[in-house]
Design a protein around this ligand. Structure first.
Ligand code: NAP
Ligand code: G4F
Length: 341
């Protein structure tokens, strides 16, 4: 039987690495697109080359979502069965600093892939996955967000992803492309980028424990996030492309906790006894054992506007995709700590 071919944009990222390994286990031939960088940044996927069964089915190519030519020629040459668009300027706070670039990569980049599929007359041959996000719900007042919740993005990132979502729906309806939006809530892992809050907290606390760092500086401690494990979430991406009809699905755990609660859980597991005091920007945590302040807040980590509350309802994915999250928040934190050790 002919091997299925997958093309992954954003292969060097957290999800790109998990998805590549997931598809290789399923015997796909995987082509991963990476952009040019001044230093090699393939750490998350280097282990693929150590696996004799994986390495012959894994090919890295250069491309960039801001470059239509590279997208078009890659799709033309590879003729994939499935395209996963995971590439993005994915940092919400950074999107306030580089809004135009964020819109270009995340919004127009998605359009460029869809238009390449159309220009190459592959509408009936290729399936497309778009990496949507709970950030599109933004400042909604809905207590549980699902596929019907109205978008109210609260950052250039959220707005760019909302464009990507709707252009994916539009190409599906206009040209009959098998195109799906995954609306994924926050998902983390040991290989999460170091400037996202979960990784920053665990890495920071571990360094403090080992005497390699004195303090951890954070921003808003009171926003709530619905955190799952990236390993579980990439399975949902694949499942979306194996259905009879394309559709959009929320992927979430249905549990939500504050950043502060996440810190408390991680600190306890790492062996700290901490006590909080102060308010707002002056809120701090001390290590009870030596009375040293180990966590402080800094203005630079607060966003011009933040999303206070995200909690997803993934009932539809449970019912139709037979998908549900396997990793609890406690197991996720344990795994992230273990990795730092
Ligand atoms: P990530 O770790 O930041 O990975 C993003 C990937 O996109 C990296 O491979 C990055 O390359 C690549 N990229 C950035 N700009 C590019 C460009 N101009 N051309 C080509 N590639 C480019 O993000 P992630 O956590 O794996 O998330 C994967 C996708 O899901 C993203 O689209 C993100 O917005 C979305 N999402 C993530 C979450 C989450 O909680 N993780 C939730 C919902 C949606 P470099 O390695 O060179 O930077
Ligand atoms: O870890 P974060 O930067 O993730 P955020 O903004 O929720 O975005 C992530 O999840 C989205 C899905 O909902 C993805 F689409 C997106 O690509 C990305 O993966 O921040 C989480 C919360 C925010 O409320 C932020 O204000 O943590 C708060 N926070 C507090 N201190 C901090 C910090 N965030 C960061 N990055 N760094 C801090 O020091």
């Amino acid at each position: 039987m002919k091997k299925k071919i997958a093309l992954i944009f954003g292969v060097t990222g957290q999800d790109g690495a998990y998805l590549s390994k997931f598809l290789l286990k399923k015997k796909y031939k995987v082509y991963g697109v990476k952009r040019r960088s001044s230093i090699i940044n393939t750490q998350r996927i280097d282990d693929i080359y150590k696996d004799i069964n994986f390495k012959s089915n894994f090919v890295l190519c250069y491309g960039d979502l801001t470059d239509s030519f590279s997208i078009l020629s890659l799709i033309k040459k590879i003729k994939p069965d499935e395209i996963y668009n995971l590439a993005a300027q994915s940092h919400v706070q950074v999107s306030f600093e580089v809004p135009e670039y964020t819109a270009d990569v995340n919004g127009l980049g998605t359009l460029r892939i869809l238009q390449a599929i159309k220009n190459l007359n592959l509408e009936n041959k290729v399936k497309f996955y778009q990496a949507g996000t709970s950030e599109m719900f933004g400042r909604t007042k809905e207590k549980f967000q699902n596929e019907k919740t109205t978008f109210y993005p609260a950052s250039p990132y959220g707005a760019s992803k909302s464009f990507a979502h709707w252009i994916t729906v539009n190409y599906r309806e206009a040209y009959d492309i098998y195109a799906c939006n995954g609306i994924l809530f926050n998902h983390e892992s040991p290989i999460r980028g170091e400037t996202f809050v979960t990784k920053k907290i665990i890495q920071g606390l571990m360094r403090i424990k080992n005497g390699n760092q004195k303090k951890l500086f954070l921003g808003n401690l009171y926003s709530k996030r619905d955190w799952g494990h990236a390993r579980d979430y990439v399975e949902a991406m694949w499942k979306m492309l194996q259905q009879k009809k394309p559709d959009d699905y929320v992927i979430a755990t249905g549990q939500t906790i504050t950043i502060k609660e996440f810190v408390n859980k991680a600190a306890k597991k790492i062996g700290f006894k901490i006590k909080w005091f102060g308010k707002g920007i002056n809120e701090k945590a001390i290590n009870i054992e030596n009375k040293k302040i180990i966590i402080e807040c800094r203005k630079r980590y607060f966003r011009p506007v933040d999303i206070d509350y995200l909690k997803g309802n993934a009932q539809r994915a449970k019912k139709l995709l037979k998908w549900s999250p396997k990793t609890s928040i406690d197991n996720l934190i344990d795994e992230m700590i273990q990795y730092e050790l």
